[in-house]
Design a protein around this ligand. Structure first.
Ligand SMILES: Nc1nc2c(c(=O)[nH]1)N[C@H]1C(S)=C(S)[C@@H](COP(=O)(O)OP(=O)(O)OC[C@H]3O[C@@H](n4cnc5c(=O)[nH]c(N)nc54)[C@H](O)[C@@H]3O)O[C@H]1N2
Ligand SMILES: Nc1nc2c(c(=O)[nH]1)N[C@H]1C(S)=C(S)[C@@H](COP(=O)(O)OP(=O)(O)OC[C@H]3O[C@@H](n4cnc5c(=O)[nH]c(N)nc54)[C@H](O)[C@@H]3O)O[C@H]1N2
Ligand code: SF4
Ligand SMILES: [Mo]
Length: 758
């Protein structure tokens, strides 16, 4: 008898925000064979090298299989779900009653592939009166969001697939991807003589090698480079005047400041040849279309918010908006940021942008005797004890909490500090989706069906949050029963019953995800109950973008919801027309508002500001956390997933290696204000003298076959400091940490991080 091979089942890669569609053959509980899903509307069969290694996430020795409770001696004991849920719900209710619900902080809510848990968390947090939150976006994108909110109240994306000129600012898409089919698109651009690529990066990255213009700035000097580029646009009359007149406000004050930028001097200060810089600006100024991507190289470096502001000038001043191949506002299935102005954190008064407090201030908001300090914390799908600046400070702060609960699939550095750890089903064992739906004109949403039953002992997050809600007992079952009945009768009946119930009790809308899970959830097919919250989001999308949703083939919110449930490879939920970009601007006049006095003052201040922040003690710039072929944030803990760079080498220029006496493959000690670490050296032609780089995703421990933990590579945040951050957004300067590098002493060093004082 010949055995049938297992079917190819559609799902998605969860290792970066692209979430490429993949198809998988499952054997037993193993993701045995993986390839790109040609039916996925965004990725169309594309994957990078990392997707093939996903079984190392699914089946890793470190998976949690029971709720855990920490004993007074610091060790953990297994407890059953009912015990864990009731003790946790009681614990948070106690904190809320004693100190106020706003003393409960929520961190995380989704990694690269999983945002459904975060969607359900809102009901529990609201029921407790908790509203402060933070997550990784507050380590990178809040500065850009602050500028975006002022300009047009929305997020933009470049249409690189069709752009004549693509600009990458502190962004290495060959390695880090971040837009659909990145390597295919980059290859197409490089092959086409009519199209150009401009890369601003101190490192000769794989992307920079393909560029027509590589502006190899000195680390941290992008503000001067970008000011000079924008200055050339103004000074050489390369702006799109008719676009500015019709669609932009606040132009003249900006033009006045940029007209005064001393281009030659700023080119010199950022280390870029003036003629190359001018040529790049002219290429932007004369192109039929320009798309721009700024990422961590500037967002995690000095002047990061100013760089976001200046970078956007490149496409706004040249009118590269609302036409093919340009920059676009886009629809959102669920916005990643909350609307509203800038708030303040209770203890340090740090900015709360888009509803997120800076990750960097989290320790200071806990580790104080301030009466408004946070007393309790829920961490979901994030590993802040490893991913937030100054891990030692984070550990000290978390130790002070009255209650710390972590929801994760594996025992992380953060989980080990928790009072309770709740084991989640993996992203291939439950219904999941991401809200990184950022494309224009066609935007897609992918609901992934489970490929496997949850690992014994684990639960999907929607069920975890529902159990916590039930334990709080804030929603009366009598209010849910009619909705549940209506859900069994059909979508229209449910819609009517829902509107009636919320009309009668507006409080239900506050805990909407829970209400949907409890009523619509049981009526959904194929174990899709966890998708119930998407019903509300589908209605909202259909109301916000009625024409674009209809153009995508969905008559209304219910039709969109049903298409999402049925579409195994993802669905297109909006199809926009290019002029829709203007209607997506949130200002009533539908114009881009570019005058921001603090940013203009900062441009003027560049004249006397220092381009270098290194010191005699720490003369080198360390980029702590570079994306490489085998890094994937903290999602992959099993080091055997890597096919090269097993130790996460410290990359050092040829010149520096010679000066410091380092040899390729040898060991070096890196010292910063925050800590010390030892790493393997890779001498690299790609690095500028004075600049060294360590990868992200290293320095997490993993038990070997014999049970003893190994921690390959360096944990980057043993070397970073909380206060080293942007003045506007509080985003960290991880790419620009002053450091000292020396050959390791001949005595065998300790692997990985040797934190100061430990
Ligand atoms: N392989 C892989 N891909 C990933 C991830 C991963 O872990 N691994 N993570 C995903 C996530 S969460 C994110 S946010 C993105 C991040 O994606 P990227 O931002 O592209 O990633 P990085 O490599 O951290 O930084 C980008 C570039 O900044 C450059 N840089 C350093 N200092 C400076 C500077 O002063 N100025 C300029 N202009 N550039 C500088 C570095 O040389 C690097 O090439 O990647 C996503 N994709
Ligand atoms: N020094 C330095 N620090 C950095 C960066 C840097 O470049 N340098 N980059 C920053 C950036 S851009 C980012 S995005 C952050 C990322 O840092 P984090 O926000 O901490 O996110 P991840 O590393 O993606 O961790 C995801 C966690 O989710 C868990 N997980 C996976 N699947 C599931 C699931 O289905 N359910 C649950 N509950 N958990 C799951 C994983 O086990 C892992 O612990 O790091 C930031 N930190
Ligand atoms: S890591 Fe990102 S680009 Fe690579 S396959 Fe996964 S989702 Fe796609
Ligand atoms: Mo990120």
């Amino acid at each position: 008898m010949t055995e049938q091979p297992p079917a190819w089942q559609p799902t998605a890669c969860i290792l970066c925000e692209c979430n490429c569609g993949i198809v998988v053959q499952v054997e037993g509980r193993t993701l045995a064979r993986i390839r790109g899903d040609k039916d996925h509307p965004a990725s169309r069969g594309y994957t990078c090298n990392k997707a093939l290694r996903l079984d190392h996430y699914q089946n890793n020795r470190n998976r949690l299989t029971s709720p855990m409770r920490r004993r007074p001696d610091g060790s953990f004991e297994e407890v059953d779900w009912d015990t864990a849920i009731s003790e946790i719900a009681d614990g948070f209710a106690d904190v809320a009653a004693t100190h106020g619900g706003d003393k409960i902080l929520y961190y995380g809510g989704g990694g690269q592939g999983n945002h459904l848990g975060g969607a359900y968390s809102g009901a529990f947090l609201k029921a407790l009166g908790s509203h402060y939150r933070s997550n990784a976006l507050a380590q990178e994108k809040t500065g850009e969001h602050w500028v975006d909110a002022h300009f047009y109240g929305n997020h933009t994306r470049g249409e690189f697939e069709h752009a004549e000129v693509s600009v990458f600012v502190g962004k290495n898409p060959w390695m880090s991807q971040s837009f659909p089919r990145a390597r295919v698109v980059l290859n197409e651009i490089a092959k086409d003589p009519a199209r150009s690529m401009i890369v601003i990066d101190p490192v000769l990255t794989d992307t920079a090698k393909m560029a027509d213009f590589h502006l190899r700035v000195r680390p941290g000097s992008d503000a001067w480079c970008l000011a000079a580029l924008a200055g050339v646009l103004v000074q050489e009359n390369l702006c799109d005047e008719s676009f500015l007149v019709a669609h932009v406000t606040g132009v003249e004050p900006v033009r006045a400041v940029l007209a005064e930028v001393p281009v030659a001097e700023y080119a010199r200060r950022c280390g870029v040849d003036e003629e190359l810089l001018r040529a790049a600006a002219r290429r932007i100024g004369t192109a039929g279309s320009v798309a721009v991507f700024e990422d961590l190289g500037v967002q995690q470096s000095p002047n990061s918010t100013l760089c976001s502001y200046l970078n956007k000038m490149l496409w706004i001043l040249t009118g590269n908006f609302a036409k093919p191949g340009s920059q676009h506002l886009h629809s959102s299935f669920a916005p990643l940021f909350r609307p509203g102005g800038v708030g303040r954190t209770p203890v340090t008064g740090a900015p709360v942008i888009g509803g997120l407090m800076p990750s960097n201030v989290v320790p200071e908001e806990i580790l104080t005797d301030h009466p408004d300090r946070f007393r309790a914390l829920i961490v979901e799908s994030s590993n802040p004890a490893h991913s937030v600046a100054d891990s030692a400070a984070v550990r000290r702060a978390f130790a002070e909490l009255e209650l710390l609960v972590v929801i994760d699939v594996t025992m992380t550095e953060t989980a080990r500090l928790a009072h309770y750890v709740l084991p989640a089903a993996s992203q291939f064992e439950k219904v999941e989706a991401t809200f990184f739906n950022l494309e224009f004109p066609r935007n897609t949403f992918h609901l992934r069906h489970p490929l496997l039953e949850p690992l014994e002992g684990t639960l999907p997050e929607p069920e975890i949050w529902a159990r916590l809600m039930r334990a709080l007992g804030v929603v009366d079952e009598a209010e849910l029963a009619p909705l549940r009945r209506a859900a069994g009768q059909g979508r229209d009946e449910f819609t009517a019953a829902f509107l009636q119930a919320v009309g009668a009790n507006p409080g239900l809308a506050k805990v909407l995800p829970f209400v949907l899970y409890e009523t619509l959830g049981p009526n959904l097919p194929d174990g899709l109950s966890g998708a119930a919250a998407l019903w509300g989001l589908a209605q909202k999308a259909a109301m916000t973008y009625p024409d674009a949703v209809r153009r995508a083939g969905h008559a209304d919110g219910n039709a969109l919801f049903d298409a999402i449930l049925a579409g195994r490879s993802g669905v297109t939920f909006t199809v926009h027309e290019y002029e829709d970009d203007f209607s997506l601007i949130s200002h009533p006049d539908r114009r881009i508002a570019i005058e921001m006095p603090e940013m203009l003052a900062d441009i003027c201040a560049l004249a006397t500001a220092p381009t270098a922040l290194t010191t005699a003690e720490f003369p080198v710039v360390l980029s702590a956390g570079e994306r490489r072929a085998y890094t994937a944030n903290d999602i992959m803990r099993d080091p055997s997933w890597r096919q090269r760079d097993a130790d996460g080498a410290l990359r050092v220029s040829v010149e520096d290696a010679a000066a410091w006496g380092l040899v390729d493959g040898g060991r070096a000690v890196i010292t910063t204000a925050a800590g010390r670490a030892e790493a393997t050296v890779e001498i690299s032609e790609a690095m500028l003298p004075g600049h060294v780089a360590l990868p992200n995703g290293f320095g997490v421990d993993f038990p070997g076959e014999d049970g003893t933990a190994r921690t390959p590579g360096v944990a980057p945040n043993g070397l970073t400091s909380s206060a080293w951050r942007d003045a506007y957004a509080g985003t960290p300067w991880h790419k620009h940490v002053p450091a000292r590098v020396e050959p390791a002493p001949a005595v065998p060093g300790v692997d990985g991080l040797v934190a100061a004082g430990r």
